[in-house]
Design a protein around this ligand. Sequence first.
Ligand code: AMP
Ligand code: ZN
Length: 492
Amino acid sequence: MNFFTSQFKTRKNDKIEHILQERNDETVDIYLYNTLTKEKDLFKPINEKEVKIYSCGPTVYKDATIGNMRTNIFQDVLRRMLKYNGYTIKHVMNITDVGHLVSDGDEGEDKMIKSAREEHKTPLEIAEHYTKLFFDDLKDLNIEIPEVICKATEYIPEMLEYVKELVEKGYAYETSTAIYFDVSKLDKYPVLSNLNVEEQKAGARVDVDPEKKNPYDFALWIKAPENHLMKWDSPWGPSYPGWHIECSAMSRKHLGEQFDIHTGGIDLIPTHHENEIAQSKGVCGKILANYWIHGEYLLINGGKMSKSLGNVYLLKDIKEKGYDPLVYKLLCYTSSYRNKLNFTWEGIEASSKSLERLRNGYQANKNGTDTLDEEDRKELDRLENEFHKAINDDMNMPLAMSFVWEVIKYPKKSPEIAELLLKFDTVLGIKIDKEEANKEIEIPEEVLKLVEERKQARQEKNWAESDRLRDLIKEKGYEVKDTKDGMILNAQ
Ligand code: AMP
Ligand code: ZN
């Protein structure tokens, strides 16, 4: 299979396609660590060409942290790696805008409603606000947007249908507060995590709903109190979905009963994902996905990120310190997605220097004039294959980066090497070809003077003069924009 053609179809530079086509690339097996088997499994998709992936997306009730973004970064590398290997992707990600309770289980308030009350907004306003911020972060991190994005509140009929099927098949029962999934009806529970059902039974907590048949039974559908903000008609009266049913219903709708890969953060293993599996086994007797891939946590200075410690960082905090947000993506590549990663500002500074060196290295090759001989090509082919093997080995990014650095440090500089770096960047997604990395643009004195004069004209409400100066600034190659946060000057 020659995958270069498909890889570079969207690139403007046809030359890249041509050069990469000439390279002799081997097919390399892909191995992924599968939480279901607790082993690195050889990856074999159900369909030869298209890989189907489902990722649990954000609950849009607060800002996404850089910890949340670490999970999104590893999921981005996964899809980019699969595309590098010639696969097309159908990737579905949900937006949870209802049903995720504060306790991550069946207790507490709905996170959306709690946030709406605290911020004096409607749940819809909260969802819209935080969904937009989430996608802004993905864009800043050059994370590819999944092919399908589905909001939970738009799939209520599919969820209801799923619950009805579980009730009909005898896997669910009604109490005065909810419709519960009966885990004792399964041949095996748990299958993904290390939950100890027997131990939990012995020490069952007294505050758990006494109507539950088993402590691990979980709510599929929750009956809404009278003044509850988000509720829908159902055979059980006004009610709303449980958190786990959302993903089961939406993945079935878009990917079918069985698909290739299911991803999420490590905290989802014993709760959300275990219960998604229970639901799909109940409804069709199968585990919904063949490979379950989970990303480890980001730590801050060696500990947890928490509001009380005042160490919750957002991507905007990194940007506000003047760093390119892709510096954070590069920091994530210093560790395997399966290991804890420690965030420090020193780490960000070091990654910032690395990003600058990578981009400068790319430019040096783009403008390089050295001629490559047979020996050089052999060595570059070796590095290309090593990179390929590293990304295919459960996305070993620290190892993959070591080969990127070898290419950057290669003694000869040539556009052919720059093109190899561009190929690597289809997986890294760090915009290696971006010029002037982390450098402030030097604005000529005369342009700054015109900008000052325009500011003065605007203060005096002399709009004609302001427009004249804007045109003059434009002639000098700069564009001024007036925003509600002040004026922005861009080089054209
Ligand atoms: P939360 O904002 O706590 O609801 O988290 C949403 C998802 O982001 C979780 O399911 C985790 O998988 C992931 N996540 C939260 N915190 C971190 C962290 N510090 N590092 C990596 N992933 C995280
Ligand atoms: Zn989910």
